[in-house]
Design a protein around this ligand. Structure first.
Ligand SMILES: Cc1cc2nc3c(=O)[nH]c(=O)nc-3n(C[C@H](O)[C@H](O)[C@H](O)COP(=O)(O)OP(=O)(O)OC[C@H]3O[C@@H](n4cnc5c(N)ncnc54)[C@H](O)[C@@H]3O)c2cc1C
Length: 497
């Protein structure tokens, strides 16, 4: 029988809930500290936003944790957003879409926490303000409105506090400090209304930048997307009358003028930074054993254990994999739980450090900037490695879905194409549609396969989906056998640029 440890978990988002579940499975005593009054972390939509200057954030400001916007849908297909033993795909909360709205994910996490007795071990409204190592143990100081600060000793701490809250700003844009007009970050974006009749510059090229600019364009006078990608030429986006794509910004002036490297210039009212987030652990006191340097949290063995404090300090949820996020967190938390139970051994401290430095060297050799240390793209090596440690395997079906999804995603990125996704019927079977551009229509099937119907036109598709109405006589044809139709009443559309 393994020795039961007293373990603090910081955060009740996806990572914290999974970690609590795995630690409870191993019969450890678990306390989850959650500063909010509800679980869900990122997926707990908060309509209010932070006030103040995004360029000079006050460390004592009242922080809003979630960065979700009201219309947000998952950017990963539904089958990839569950856990190995608790499927999201099988849950029906009323949203049939392959990329459901954020409310669905929150319900899923709430159900998960209730079903596995995790909710009972969460201390809500309890913010951890200090984690100090103390002769092999950890002092955790936490604060509530009622009680004030309390310090408690734990055998181990697992940090699951998330990393999509502290805005990263494009502060290297010449003149940005002097810009006297409004400047904000996607962390503070909820709905388009505040941008009505404004000329908005959106900096960024990721999912949020693309989603948000499209949404703002419904009310704004003009939206100008500025991307760091090379070879971007100024161009108006198809279908939208008021969105332009630009290269990087050359300089901004305090009279509102923005000069782009493509030679164009505009007068803008607002700059909206959709430029990502910083890792931030204000509570962590490790005498610099673990530190953040240009968004690299380190040194961490396999992104989880700091060699000098392992296994009593661990991090779950730092890695970003665009395929199987949730299962990756599940595997990390299982690994942590089994190591803490003594069922899996870690290499020696020196071996772990050597592995970390090898990883850093490889990144350097490949010209990958430090700030991408924890970004794993669509690669499965790391997830497979974790799975092998804990004696599991990632379902092949998920890998196929992920591979097809990533191919589409990579095709979309960096090019001016339309993506329309939604569920529809092909030969009477409900499928997911992924439309890549005006001439390339593909059905992305639930089993991971793709095919292109021969005689499908984007005009049909747009009329059917965007034109509204509820008749069921979809006019597209094609598909396998050529006789299929699309049922417009069941198709929900997402259009990305
Ligand atoms: C706009 C946006 C869209 C996204 N879309 C997707 C998607 O489609 N699919 C996907 O898989 N992922 C998506 N993600 C990534 C998402 O963040 C992860 O999927 C996942 O929710 C991260 O979970 P987490 O538990 O690690 O962190 P979080 O969800 O951030 O949870 C951290 C928790 O820790 C708590 N906390 C923090 N500090 C303290 C403290 N000091 N004391 C106590 N509690 C604390 C917070 O209140 C929070 O509840 C998206 C992220 C963003 C920002």
């Amino acid at each position: 029988m393994t020795h039961s440890l007293n373990i603090a978990v910081i955060g009740a988002g996806t990572s914290g809930l999974l970690t609590a579940r795995e630690l409870l499975r191993e019969n450890h005593r678990v306390t989850v500290f959650e500063k909010s009054n509800r679980l869900g972390g990122t997926w707990l939509y908060e309509p209010q936003v932070e006030a103040g200057d995004v360029l000079h954030l006050d460390p004592n400001r009242s922080v809003v944790h979630s960065s979700l916007y009201s219309s947000l849908r998952t950017n990963i297909p539904r089958p990839l957003m569950g856990f190995s033993y608790y499927s999201f795909e099988d849950k029906s909360y009323g949203d049939p879409r392959m990329f459901p709205g954020h409310e669905e994910v929150l319900k899923f996490l709430q159900d998960f926490a209730n079903e596995f007795g995790i909710t009972e071990v969460i201390r809500f409204n309890s913010e951890v303000v200090r984690v100090d190592s103390l002769d092999g143990d950890f002092v955790v100081e936490w604060r509530t409105m009622e009680v004030g600060s309390v310090a408690e000793v734990f055998d181990a701490v697992v940090v699951c506090s998330g990393h999509h809250t502290e805005p990263r700003i494009a502060d290297d844009v010449p003149g940005i400090e002097e810009w006297s007009r409004k400047q904000t970050h996607s962390h503070n974006y909820r709905v388009p209304e505040p941008y009505r009749d404004q000329v908005v510059v959106v900096i960024g090229n990721g999912t949020s930048a693309l989603d948000i600019s499209r949404e703002i364009a419904t009310v704004a006078k003009e939206v100008h997307l500025s991307s760091r990608s090379l070879n971007v030429k100024v161009s108006k986006l198809d279908v939208y009358e008021n969105i332009w794509q630009h290269s990087k910004i050359n300089r901004v002036y305090d009279d509102g003028t923005v000069f782009f490297q493509d030679g164009d210039s505009i007068g803008a009212d607002v700059i909206l930074h959709c430029t990502g987030y910083k890792f931030h652990f204000p509570f962590l006191r490790t005498n610099n054993i673990v530190h953040v340097d240009d968004n690299r949290v380190g040194p961490l063995y396999k992104h989880v254990f700091p060699p000098q404090l392992a296994p009593r300090l661990a991090f779950v949820g730092l890695t970003y994999n665009q395929g199987v996020h949730f299962q990756m967190f599940e595997l990390q938390s299982k690994w942590v739980a089994l190591v803490l139970s003594g069922k899996i051994s870690l290499p020696s401290k020196d071996e772990m450090l050597a592995d970390v430095h090898k990883h850093y060297r490889e990144m350097e050799d490949n010209g990958i900037p430090k700030r991408y240390t924890h970004s794993l793209g669509f690669k499965f090596e790391y997830v497979d490695w974790l799975a092998s440690q804990v004696g599991l395997q990632i379902d092949d079906r998920l890998k196929v879905i992920c591979r097809n999804f990533s191919e589409q995603y990579l095709n979309i990125h960096g090019t001016n194409v339309w993506r329309i996704t939604g569920r529809g019927f092909v030969d009477d079977k409900e499928e997911t549609l992924l439309v890549l551009d005006h001439s390339d229509v593909r059905f992305f099937l639930d089993d991971g396969c793709c095919f292109s119907p021969a005689d499908f036109s984007i005009e049909n598709l747009e009329n059917m989906f965007i034109g509204g109405g509820d008749s069921c006589d979809g006019s597209g044809s094609g598909g396998r056998g050529g006789s299929s139709g699309i049922n417009r009443s069941t198709v929900v559309v997402m259009v990305d640029q």
